[in-house]
Design a binder for this molecule. Structure first.
Ligand code: SF4
Ligand code: SF4
Ligand code: SF4
Length: 165
């Protein structure tokens, strides 16, 4: 059987900033409604009136995999999904710093790394999102995400310039 590469895709123009996705993610994985334990994050740009969901992948390169000194971050060669083997992790936190989306997190209470696992192929964030801002699909949709990445960089640039003024 051929396993298709599936990724989370984001259309930030549909995001209302309700943050239900963060709550659903933490509830599913931790049994609590606690956004700081979510495996995705909604970044709010008040001045621009935008809320941008940051999710794991798709990454052309996977810096979290490259930087991990003990091969605890691995990438499935077929699905391209990055997964964490928790028992190998030595908590150096290098992956946290290198993740460009800021979605690899340190749980400072339990002292462990947490990251998205696509909910085993049935993403809770996708199911809960009332506007369809997050979807889950195959490479055809990935191209949309790449465009989104460029837009996100553009918005960040506007934001930086606005801060300078
Ligand atoms: S649930 Fe959907 S609309 Fe609400 S914050 Fe998350 S991505 Fe945005
Ligand atoms: S914190 Fe763990 S998973 Fe992350 S780079 Fe260090 S050893 Fe690897
Ligand atoms: S796919 Fe699952 S683990 Fe990943 S951000 Fe969505 S709810 Fe969280």
């Amino acid at each position: 059987m051929v396993t298709l590469q599936k990724q989370l895709s984001v259309d930030y123009t549909k995001c209302t900033g309700c943050r239900l996705c963060e709550l659903a993610c933490s509830a599913k994985h931790e049994g609590v409604f606690q956004p700081s334990l979510a495996r995705l994050r909604i970044v709010k740009y008040d001045d621009l009136g935008l809320d941008i969901p940051n999710v794991c992948g798709p990454c052309e390169e996977a810096p979290c995999v490259d930087i991990c000194p003990v091969y605890a971050m691995r990438r499935d060669p077929v699905t391209k999904m990055v997964y964490l083997e928790e028992d190998k992790c030595i908590l150096c936190k290098a992956c946290v710093g290198v993740c460009t989306a800021g979605v690899i997190r340190l749980d400072t209470v339990a002292m462990r790394i947490i990251k998205c696992d696509h909910c085993g192929g049935d993403p809770e964030c996708v199911k809960i999102c009332p506007t369809g801002a997050i979807t889950y699909g195959t490479p055809a949709q990935t191209a949309v995400v790449e465009r989104h990445g460029k837009l996100k960089a553009y918005v960040a640039e506007i934001h930086r310039n606005a801060m300078k003024e």
